[in-house]
Design a protein around this ligand. Sequence first.
Ligand SMILES: *[C@@H]1O[C@H](CO)[C@@H](O)[C@H](O)[C@H]1NC(C)=O
Ligand SMILES: *[C@@H]1O[C@H](CO)[C@@H](O)[C@H](O)[C@H]1NC(C)=O
Ligand SMILES: *[C@@H]1O[C@H](CO)[C@@H](O)[C@H](O)[C@H]1NC(C)=O
Ligand SMILES: *[C@@H]1O[C@H](CO)[C@@H](O)[C@H](O)[C@H]1NC(C)=O
Length: 396
Amino acid sequence: MSKTRGCCRSFLHFLFDYETNKTLVITSLGVGCFFRLCQLVVLLYAVGYVLMVQKAYQQTDTVMSTITTKVKGFAFTNRSDMDPHFWDVADYVIPPQGGDSFFVLTNMVITPHQTQSRCLELPGPSATCVDDCDCIEGYNDPRGNGIRTGLCENYSTTAQTCEVLSWCPLEKDTNLPQHPLLAAAENFTVLIKNSVTYPKFNFHMRNILPHINSSYLKRCIFNRTTDPDCPIFRLKHIVSEAGEDFEDMAVKGGILGIIIDWSCDLDWWAGKCFPKYSFRRLDNKNPTNNVAPGYNFRFAKYFKTPDGEETRTLIKAYGIRFDILVFGTAGKFGIVPMIVSLGAGLSFLTLVPLVADVFMLTCARKRHLYNKHKVTYLNEDEDTEPMSMGSSYGTQ
Ligand SMILES: *[C@@H]1O[C@H](CO)[C@@H](O)[C@H](O)[C@H]1NC(C)=O
Ligand SMILES: *[C@@H]1O[C@H](CO)[C@@H](O)[C@H](O)[C@H]1NC(C)=O
Ligand SMILES: *[C@@H]1O[C@H](CO)[C@@H](O)[C@H](O)[C@H]1NC(C)=O
Ligand SMILES: *[C@@H]1O[C@H](CO)[C@@H](O)[C@H](O)[C@H]1NC(C)=O
């Protein structure tokens, strides 16, 4: 009976008693200094590094961008394998529209006057033959140049190849001119117009900055030291800043990245938001594995002869493709990210007493005294065994 009442009373105590921690004050300079040092480190990390250096008080947004480009320049060529030729933008920029990627033709293999007819395959491992039986009629080899007619004939005094139905004569692209046809392309310029938006902050900007007027735009050319804001670039400058030689790259072509970095701090106390340009070669130029280097593609121009026959001029175009890559993240002060990151950083302060306790109980000079007061061992068999493990451990 009394046992249940006692139990009930202790339950009421459990329910309605307020418990509070008893504080043990350690008047040791060493432990105190250690404690404050730990707090200082946490504060420096949370407020100094995370909040100020990493700008964790900002909310961020990524850039949205659109680009148009316009290439300008002329060239005149007089090469032995073709007639003297004047070149302007419509001839060498493919496609002409000018988006965030444009191609400037610098070298080419031209095969004029092709008609749909029969001719002999170029000698090669799959096209050589001994007699007609080697050339199955109608067979079409994707690596070849046309559909076989079933005949095997002398290509030269030493080689026999299969006859094919194709655009003849076939293109011979084995001896590419080692001096690029349009070496003058190094002096061409490109105007890049880039508009960006950070929708979250309702921020709009373009790379033709407000202080640029039209008379300046007509005569300027990008130069990191003298004209860093001019949006007109000389192609040779782009290539050389990417660490390449223009004439070298123009022979077999390649792909160059024009990188526009719009990373900005949009807080009113920060500076203005400007684009930063950098250039790098994007296609792999590996000197040890030089198989299939560069960049090229084929296109044709079609004509009709007076007697109604269709002919074409096939052009294998080598050139430099410029890809414009825009990236950026903008940050601006926000009360919510500020509170969240401050709280996350300061929560480390709750670990400091734990660390200080460990220091006090293991490294401090009077650790045995602190141990005795900090930890009280309960011993249920105190009556029968006065020298308990706990107290003897504490006073040793
Ligand atoms: C092909 O060449 C061989 C030897 O090279 C010669 O004997 C033969 O007559 C030639 N055929 C034709 C059709 O010219
Ligand atoms: C590019 O222009 C410079 C000076 O304007 C000239 O010296 C150079 O020969 C030109 N390059 C080509 C390939 O025409
Ligand atoms: C255009 O800007 C340049 C400086 O960038 C200045 O010298 C020139 O006077 C300006 N022209 C006009 C018409 O405002
Ligand atoms: C940039 O301008 C400076 C000073 O006029 C000149 O020395 C330098 O060659 C120019 N850089 C380029 C890449 O044109």
